[in-house]
Ligand binder design. Structure first.
Ligand code: NAD
Length: 482
């Protein structure tokens, strides 16, 4: 698969002629190339987006909504191709791409097609004297940069609200998982999306990403990725006074009280620990269990996790696929060594997994459960972003709150309890942007999505994203007598 940039409605090679290799994680082999774009390509894309902006911003909400519905239909039409490409490019099980990634990308476009027709602004009356109303206007050209873990799902989560609000877009998917963004550009060509409205430019973060972030005509940057990258982006964009939305790393606590619905908790905790090989920013990687059920949980959890055997992601029976890259696999394995050195005991997993056949050189890691670590050790403080969780007992609410809030991150938290008062108490005190009580990953797209502390700045989702991608302008009309 030779991937090309999508600029001004056309598929183009990068000006430099440079390409990067694209790997299949399950086999460890190169299976295609992607453009290694630089500032020349970004200049072209920004110019195309600038030219397209006036017509797109002024064509009306209903018309933009129709285009977003057409994109959603275009993805639906090629559903199996998208799901297969996502699984091959990322290493995730094909069934996960079919059940989660691609349906969610379709929903993102449909949701913002509907949302923009319901979007409204505020008015403030100064009785008898003046009325203020707030216009919400498209900003111009905006930049969207996304990571590799949920490639099309997170890419579309940015592009859809940006386009719905009337902006034109220069977007960059992760260079590690570019395939479905390329298929999206083909859909845009197929449906005849006006040239320049959406431009998809491929390449590395240092080259393509930096060119987007530093471009003077890009007014806002919506970024999802690691905290260290977020820092770099902020250091370039903030002095240029660009609007910034940063969705960054996490180290989410999963807090389990003895009064929970045990079976439901156990089943969901396996998912919240290891879905997508633990490579979801919302996974609960620190599991805190009330001491009275700790030993029972430990046995039952380890039994269930031991049944999760990594296998070929293209096989529909596979529940656990490959991790995304060789270097990421090595990072995960190095954290398992750190955990051992910190005194942790590996209860299951702990090693690279060798899967035979076409996957003999693939990058697989066994689902790993570790106990015996303190809440403040490196393993429990740093983001591993792989199939590795720690389990730890606690005695009181105060103690688990201290453990849970002890990291620099504050993206999501999971709480299992049937105690109503405790639920409300902890909901107020847990430092996170998203709290799931007695569930995980239940998503209503209208709700604010994002984190506190070093997990990010700003919120995506619902009207929050439309607020981000518009500039408010207050108009004050005076009608008083003096
Ligand atoms: P990453 O930060 O390495 O890369 C993310 C994107 O940024 C990629 O497209 C990359 O090419 C680009 N990039 C890298 N350096 C750049 C630079 N200097 N300037 C501009 N762009 C640059 O992250 P990743 O490894 O792809 O993804 C994993 C991380 O993403 C994890 O930390 C995870 O927690 C986080 N994540 C967060 C959320 C959330 O909603 N908060 C969701 C998913 C993933």
């Amino acid at each position: 698969m030779q991937i090309l940039n999508y600029i001004n409605g056309e598929l183009l090679a990068p000006k430099s002629g440079n390409f990067l290799d694209n790997y299949e994680p399950a086999t460890g082999k190169v299976y295609g190339t992607i453009p290694d774009s630089d500032s020349e390509d970004i200049d072209l894309a920004v110019q195309a987006a600038k030219n397209a902006f006036p017509n797109w911003a002024n064509c009306g909400n209903e018309t933009r909504a129709e285009w977003l519905f057409k994109i959603a239909e275009g993805i639906q039409k090629h559903f199996q191709e998208f799901a297969a490409a996502e699984s091959r490019d990322n290493g995730k099980p094909i069934t996960l791409a079919q059940k989660v990634d691609i349906p969610r990308a379709i929903s993102n476009f449909e949701f913002y097609a509907k949302a923009i027709t319901q979007y409204h602004s505020s008015s403030h009356s100064m009785e008898g004297k003046a009325i203020n109303y707030t216009l919400r206007q498209a900003m111009g050209v905006v930049g969207c940069i996304s990571p590799w873990n949920l490639p099309l799902y997170l890419f579309s989560w940015k592009i859809a609200p940006a386009l719905a609000a009337g902006n034109t877009v220069v977007a960059k998917p992760s260079e590690i998982t570019p395939a479905t963004a390329f298929l999206l550009s083909k859909v845009c060509i197929e449906i005849g999306l006006p040239p320049g409205v959406l431009n998809i430019v491929h390449g590395s973060g240092g080259s393509t990403g930096t060119a987007i972030v530093s471009h003077p005509n890009i007014k806002a940057i919506s970024f999802t990725g690691g905290t260290a990258t977020g820092e770099k982006i902020a250091s370039i964009a903030a002095p240029k006074f660009k609007k910034l939305s940063l969705e960054l790393g996490g180290k989410n606590p999963n807090i389990i009280f003895a009064d929970c619905d045990y079976e439901k908790m156990l089943t969901t905790t396996v998912l919240s620990s290891f879905s997508n090989q633990g490579q979801i920013c919302l996974c609960g990687s620190r599991i805190f269990v009330e001491r009275s059920i700790y030993e029972k949980f430990k046995k039952d959890f380890v039994d269930r996790v031991s049944l999760l055997v990594p296998g070929d992601p293209s096989d529909s029976a596979t529940k656990m696929g490959a991790v995304v890259s060789k270097s990421h696999m090595e990072k995960i394995l190095s954290y398992i060594e750190i955990a051992k050195n910190e005194g942790g005991t590996i209860l299951t997993g702990g090693k690279q997994r060798f899967v035979g056949g076409r996957c003999e050189n693939g990058w697989f890691v066994e689902p790993t459960v570790i106990e015996g670590l303190s809440y403040d050790c490196r393993t429990n403080q740093e983001e591993i972003f792989g199939p590795v969780v720690t389990i730890m007992p606690f005695d009181t609410e105060e103690e688990v709150l201290k453990f849970a809030n002890s990291t620099r991150y504050g993206l999501a938290a999971i709480l299992w309890t049937n105690n109503l008062l405790r639920t409300h108490r902890l909901a107020e005190l847990l430092e996170c942007g998203i709290l799931w009580v007695n569930c995980w990953l239940v998503r209503d797209l209208r709700t604010p999505f994002g984190g506190v502390k070093d997990s990010g700045v700003g919120r995506e989702g619902g009207f929050e994203a439309l607020d981000f991608f518009t500039e408010p302008k207050n108009v004050c009309i005076y009608f008083g007598n003096n």
